[in-house]
Ligand binder design. Structure first.
Ligand code: SF4
Length: 280
């Protein structure tokens, strides 16, 4: 994807959502830091449910330390890995108090030194709370970057590095939000909604999902149904199905034939024995 295309891609994402915001609920850097740490391998919805009850009771390092590990666990027990997370958040708060005067540091190394804070969490906090133009790659961004061809790489770290390199400067600050929201609500893992995607024109993903009214969107069930389908994709599918069909039939027959013959012999045996006895 060349620079002009990348710029237009981001311009379109920005037009859809001019002031993007995280789905996590927070009102200051500390709440953001804890919410992001809690969201690892959990959904933002589950974190918001827990923090909706936690923040009114404890939204400072002092208050969370005062709650204690067991007390914090009660508030976050609906979030995955809550036991480890409770332990880390307590240690994180203690460290904020002892090393940073209870404030969230505006520094990657200091953030990553906090218990339970990795490079992704640090990037999100730096980006949202301190306006640093970084891109933290989660599962949604990883998918969008690879499908579109914006930053096709095998690991999240490589995707992050590439995105930071290829994203036009004017879009770098909000790129994280635009890509994550695009992946979460439109370029979904199972069925990306390509028919209503504003950046489909630049996207390199071959198996784009057609609109529901499009004939090519009908499921391929057997040859007759497939023949009804229109369009290039459907014709391809019919060809593929036709090629596979004879092989499957032969394979099935050769596998089941000996079993069927054996069953027939077994059924016939008592009958033959009966006729022999009658003849004697
Ligand atoms: S066209 Fe489809 S695969 Fe490509 S970015 Fe849009 S939704 Fe994702």
């Amino acid at each position: 994807m060349n620079l002009a295309q990348r710029t237009e891609l981001y311009r379109r994402l920005a037009a859809v959502n001019p002031t993007p915001r995280s789905d996590l609920q927070y009102s200051n850097a500390f709440e953001l830091l804890v919410a992001v740490a809690l969201s690892a391998q959990a959904t933002d919805v589950s974190v918001n449910k827990a923090t909706a009850k936690l923040w009114p009771v404890a939204n400072t390092p002092q208050a969370i330390v005062a709650l204690g590990e067991a007390g914090l666990r009660d508030y976050i027990k609906t979030i995955g890995l809550y036991q480890t997370k409770a332990r880390n958040v307590i240690k994180l708060c203690e460290q904020l108090l002892s090393l940073h005067g209870g404030e969230v540091p505006n520094d990657r190394a200091a953030l990553e030194a906090l218990p339970g804070v990795g490079s992704k969490t640090a990037s999100v906090v730096l980006n949202i709370a301190f306006g640093v133009p970084t891109i933290a790659v989660d599962t949604h961004i990883f998918r969008v970057a690879n499908r579109t061809g914006l930053a096709p790489e095998k690991t999240a770290d490589k995707v992050a590095a590439k995105l930071e390199k290829v994203t036009p400067k004017e879009y770098l600050l909000n790129a994280h939000h635009w890509l994550i929201l695009h992946g979460r609500y439109l370029c979904k893992a199972r069925t990306p909604e390509c028919w209503r995607c504003s950046i489909a024109e630049f996207c390199k993903f071959k198996a784009k999902t057609p609109a529901a009214g499009d004939d090519a969107a009908k499921p391929l069930k057997g040859k007759p149904a497939a023949r009804k389908l229109a369009g290039k994709a459907a014709r391809k599918a019919v060809k593929k199905a036709a090629k596979k069909a004879p092989k499957k039939v032969v394979k099935k027959a050769s596998k089941t034939a000996p079993r069927k013959a054996a069953a027939k012999k077994k059924m016939a045996a008592p009958k033959a024995a009966r006729s022999k006895a009658a003849a004697a």
